[in-house]
Design a protein around this ligand. Structure first.
Ligand code: CP
Length: 305
């Protein structure tokens, strides 16, 4: 395992190793302690697209491990990309400063392209609508922790499946498990791409697609809510057709199982009302801490620490 570029690249054994190691880091995070496992190592965080959680959690993970961080949150505007430097040359350069690199870019395929020029491990922090392997990992970690395993669960994925790199990533990891049912709740125009639906069916999973959240919410063990991503639409007019299409409210949550969990990768806009936050089934802020633990596990794995 040299890089983490695509969720599909991770084997079941590698995934389970990361989950177990992430679990061992949770006490460190809960006690707000630091380690010295990565002392002397440098993480570079190169973000060509906005982020709060992914960049800060990569940085927090490296700092908690005892390493250091060099970071640019505005690569497009303030790095030599602005002067026309290629991803390949940036990779050649930054990988001579840093031991490991976390990168986000709006173009699908850009992070794997960058990795070809890097002499250090590269972790994909999201490339357009293609993939978000570490968000998928932290979501799987959250499910695995909560249910004590991943089998015989019904997963309702709600919102924009067409552009959701997060749900694509989750599905790639979940294909390793047994007895899962997927319910994709989307407007017709934002349906999950056929490659993912076909992949899940080929792996023996039941897949249902509907536009009606209320009719299926009571069936779900996991309700995975997503944002309608304005930045992926060609025009504001197109986005406004779908904005607010599924809004989680306390009334809607009252129809969900008592044992269900409500997940969201965040940021949210209007798709989960703040009144839902106090529901013990809402785990989206637990996901945030889990994101640091799983990235600590990933960094140590890729650095061979
Ligand atoms: N979940 C996630 O990727 O959040 P950010 O866009 O804030 O990094």
């Amino acid at each position: 395992m040299k890089h983490l570029l695509r969720s599909a690249d991770l084997s079941y054994e590698e995934l389970m190793e990361l989950l177990e190691n992430a679990k061992s880091y949770l006490p460190v995070l809960k006690e707000r302690r630091g380690l010295d496992i990565a002392k002397g190592k440098v993480l570079a965080a190169l973000f060509y697209e906005p982020s709060t959680r992914t960049r800060f959690s990569f940085e927090a993970a490296m700092l908690r491990l005892g390493g250091t961080v060099i970071s640019n949150a505005m690569m497009k505007e303030t790095s030599s990309a602005k002067k026309g430097e290629s991803l390949h040359d940036t990779a050649q350069t930054v990988s001579r400063y840093a031991d490991i690199i976390a990168m986000r870019h709006p173009e699908p395929g850009s992070v794997p392209e960058f990795a070809e020029g890097s002499i250090a491990p590269v972790m994909n922090g999201g490339d357009g609508a293609a993939d978000h392997p570490t968000q998928g990992l932290l979501d799987i970690f959250t499910i695995w922790q909560h249910f004590g395993g991943i089998e015989n669960l019904t997963i309702g994925c709600v919102g924009d499946m067409k552009f959701s790199r997060v749900v694509r990533s989750e599905c790639q990891y979940l294909r390793h498990f047994k007895g899962l049912k997927f319910i994709f709740v989307t407007p017709e125009a934002l349906k999950m791409n056929r490659d993912v639906v076909d992949m899940l069916k080929e792996n023996g999973f039941e897949v249902e697609e509907t536009e009606d959240l209320e009719s299926v919410i009571g069936e779900c063990d996991i309700i995975s809510q997503t944002r309608i991503q304005q930045e992926r639409f060609e025009s504001e007019e197109e986005y406004l057709k779908y904005k607010g299409v599924y809004v989680m409210t306390p009334e809607l949550m009252s129809k969900a199982k008592e044992s269900a969990i409500l997940m969201h990768p965040l940021p949210r806009v209007d798709e989960i009302q703040p009144a839902v936050d106090s529901d013990p089934r809402a785990v989206y802020f637990d996901q945030v801490r889990n994101g640091v633990a799983i990235r600590m596990a990933l960094i140590t794995k890729l650095l061979g620490l």
